[in-house]
Design a protein around this ligand. Sequence first.
Ligand code: SUD
Ligand code: ADP
Length: 299
Amino acid sequence: MTDTAPILEAAPAKLNLYLHVTGKRPDGFHMLDSLAAFTELGDALTLEPQAGELTLTITGPFAASLVGEDPADNLVIRAARRLADTLGRRAEGRIALTKNLPVASGIGGGSADAAACLRALARLWGLPADAPVLFEVAAGLGADIPVCVVGRSRYFGGVGDQLAAAPPLPETHVVLVNPNVPVPTPAVFKARGAAPFSQPARFSQTPNDAATLADLLRARGNDLTAPALTVAPVIADVLSALEHSDGCLLARLSGSGATCFALYATATEAESAAARIRAAEPGWWAQATRLRSDDCTPG
Ligand SMILES: C[C@@](CO)(OP(=O)(O)O)[C@H](O)COP(=O)(O)OP(=O)(O)OC[C@H]1O[C@@H](n2ccc(N)nc2=O)[C@H](O)[C@@H]1O
Ligand SMILES: Nc1ncnc2c1ncn2[C@@H]1O[C@H](COP(=O)(O)OP(=O)(O)O)[C@@H](O)[C@H]1O
């Protein structure tokens, strides 16, 4: 490998703006219908192409959550190795990950990191951003990873692997709140038990502003909320704090939790809600951000 300039990729947080569980496969995986969107806030990954062993260093506010885990198990390294093996190439270089997102929190941080690594390697090896091999490798590593490879709002179906174009989303400000309680995704699907399934609920109109987006979402839900509350009851307090913030248009759990999000029309409302929640609950993580616009390029 000839050494080249470092490759930077953003790993934006994923939000399930709505999430319906529509069925269950014989292998136990659930069929989903979700509108996934991404925020400007996220982890950041740098790949420094270099001959030799593939290494990963993790820094940032949530790096400590991954201390003690074998780096070989990190989704970033697993993604790099899986793509290299599939292409018959050698995975090498230094990867630096800045972990800004809480771990096991329903906003797909690990999935976003793996997807960022796949995009970085695609750039290094001259693959197009929509190369099918990226999505095949992604789907083999985790249900949420294909949509994170795209990094822009998409509907997803199947177990997460069937992506479809979503309507353009309006400028929308967001607060993310996590009570610093990790919630493992399998525990939430297990707690769901034999609850009835929902119908898919894609939009029949394009929301032109944040209030209309919130209205459309209010007619939908996150079917994992009830089971997630049994795993982490503190989620009720997080939702209540967001619902009571000035300007909150909608508050909802993302994915299997415990991170909840709220939508706002203005940055001022979102920033002031995040600041108030941080002051009231110093042990929680609360951040203001906004939805990524669909025309921005990941990275
Ligand atoms: C629920 C969602 C919604 O976007 O998000 P998160 O809460 O994880 O962020 C995702 O579907 C999660 O995707 P991901 O976190 O990649 O899940 P995986 O590692 O593939 O699966 C973890 C476990 O969740 C359950 N699982 C996951 C996806 C799915 N469609 N059906 C399932 O039943 C299975 O028990 C599986 O063993
Ligand atoms: N780069 C990574 N960042 C976060 N978690 C990771 C990473 N690599 C592997 N993991 C593992 O993946 C699990 C799920 O993490 P994450 O993607 O943050 O959660 P979620 O799927 O709930 O959004 C964690 O428990 C962690 O052990």
